[in-house]
Design a protein around this ligand. Structure first.
Ligand SMILES: C[S@@+](CC[C@H](N)C(=O)[O-])C[C@H]1O[C@@H](n2cnc3c(N)ncnc32)[C@H](O)[C@@H]1O
Length: 216
């Protein structure tokens, strides 16, 4: 198995033009994520990204999938500014919004989406917050809308490489409530939110992508 060496929140550096942050982890997984979306994203409609980070992913996705109108969201003001810098002038891009993906009730307040995507967030929040995120995302989806969750996960309660074990341990040492979630738990949480798991995709560097759909 590949060894994981990603820092907990991908140390981002500023790149030109001014204001754009660039995270090495986001550079590494941008192409595999674009290929994943090519297979599993709806061709058109409204797409929401939760925890857009630097904004480099959503800028790439908006170029690759022009039939979708993209809504970035984040909590961190510095990253909201970076998202604005990356997405400035893109026609199929909405202005980034401040959104706590773990807050109760956001799903009913935001518009209805054909796609909701979150990349590398679940291991940084606790299990109740992850369940709330999934519940609210399910509420924010249109009928047949899709939720895609990507990141590192335990497999049947275990890490699958020494690098993953070290990364998971570093997260739980910083905060015992966070760290990798178990793949079986995530499937249970998706089902509890009335979502159907369509596919579970093995991604590079030991990551997983859950592809779930709301009923019609
Ligand atoms: C590891 S980074 C991933 C960023 C981006 N998705 C990527 O893959 O490059 C985690 C991001 O989640 C954001 N974040 C943390 N807690 C959040 C929450 N409760 N709601 C929304 N965003 C959150 C952080 O500000 C950070 O930008």
């Amino acid at each position: 198995m590949a060894q994981r060496s990603t820092p907990p929140d991908g140390a981002a550096v500023e790149v030109a033009p001014a204001g754009r942050l660039c995270a090495p982890a986001a550079l590494r997984n941008a192409e595999p994520l674009t290929a994943l979306l090519a297979e599993h994203a709806p061709p058109e409609g409204e797409a929401l990204e939760l925890a857009s980070g630097t904004g480099q992913h959503i800028a790439q996705f908006a170029k690759a999938f022009p039939g979708l109108t993209w809504q970035p969201s984040e909590l961190d003001p510095a990253r909201l500014a970076s998202i604005a810098a990356w997405t400035d002038g893109m026609t199929n891009m909405r202005a980034a919004i401040t959104l706590d993906a773990t807050a109760q009730g956001w799903g009913a307040k935001q518009g209805a989406f054909d796609l909701i995507l979150t990349v590398n967030l679940l291991h940084l929040i606790d299990a109740p917050a992850a369940q709330t995120l999934i519940h609210e995302a399910a509420r924010a989806l249109k009928p047949r809308g899709r939720l895609i969750i990507y990141g590192p996960f335990l497999r049947g309660g275990r890490t699958i490489s020494r690098g993953d074990a070290q990364f998971h341990a570093s997260l739980t040492a910083a905060d015992p409530r966070i760290g990798y979630k178990d793949d079986f738990d995530v499937v249970d949480w998706l089902h509890a939110a009335q979502l159907t798991l369509l596919d579970l995709v093995e991604m590079p560097a030991n990551n997983l992508a859950f592809i779930a759909e709301r009923g019609s």
